[in-house]
Design a protein around this ligand. Structure first.
Ligand code: CA
Length: 227
């Protein structure tokens, strides 16, 4: 198992590397955000331990790049901060776990092992997101901008389908067969109604709008290019 540790404080970095090597892991250590960013994006790791406060490229930026490139490597955040806002930000960006400094090495090791175990059953490690919409599949939870969205089972399934095929126009017939297990009958407006309800929950109170109607073709979930 190969881990990347990104940590600029010499003592913490050396201590982590030593401890993790003794625990049997292969470790790459980056002592700056820039190096960490480069390694995270170019190499393959089983897990990344990421300090948030780095002098050049911070941990949030690194995590954001990873998730934008659809790299699903588990990320454990290390940080001296412990405010709710920071936690939420990290988790929204797709961090898998969070450890506040100072921490006991045994606790870090336990968290690392848990995340690695989770990673071995890929179906469980499913967090999909678009902009600030985050959908936690195993927990059946959706949030936008950190606010919990109350979705029915059908709405959740519809959102999952749209998210998994983000950027693709999905014809009504496809949505009908995937979500309602029925053949599409153009007389029925069940899909349009469901989309309208979902959109009210996902988009009405938030920006940017994510669910788009493509006239004559179907629906699409996408993050618009920022103006
Ligand atoms: Ca630091």
């Amino acid at each position: 198992m190969k881990l990347l540790v990104v940590e600029d404080e010499t003592k913490t970095a050396d201590y982590l590397r030593q401890g993790l090597m003794e625990a049997g892991f292969v470790i790459d250590l980056a002592r700056s955000g820039l190096d960490g960013h480069h390694l995270a994006m170019s190499e393959t790791y089983d897990l990344i331990i990421l300090d948030v406060m780095l002098p050049d490229v911070d941990g949030w930026r690194i995590l954001q790049s990873l998730r934008e490139s659809h790299k699903q490597v588990p990320v454990l955040f290390l940080t001296a901060r412990d405010t709710v806002a920071d936690r939420v930000k990290g988790l929204e960006l797709g961090a898998d776990d969070y450890l506040v400094k100072p921490f006991a090495f045994t606790e870090l090791l336990a968290r690392v092992r848990t995340l690695l175990r989770r990673g071995q059953t890929p179906a469980n490690l499913e967090l999909i997101q678009a902009a600030d919409l985050v959908v936690d599949l195993p927990r059946r939870r959706a949030t936008r901008s950190g606010q919990r969205l109350n979705l029915t089972n059908k709405e959740f399934a519809l959102l999952e389908l749209l998210l998994r095929r983000k950027g693709e126009v999905l014809p009504r017939s496809l949505i009908a067969s995937q979500i309602w297990d029925m053949n599409f009958d153009s007389d029925t407006n069940v899909i349009d109604v469901a989309i309208r309800r979902l959109r009210a929950k996902i988009d009405d109170n938030f920006e940017p709008k994510l669910i788009h109607t493509v006239r004559g073709m179907g629906y699409m979930l996408d993050v618009p290019d920022t103006a």
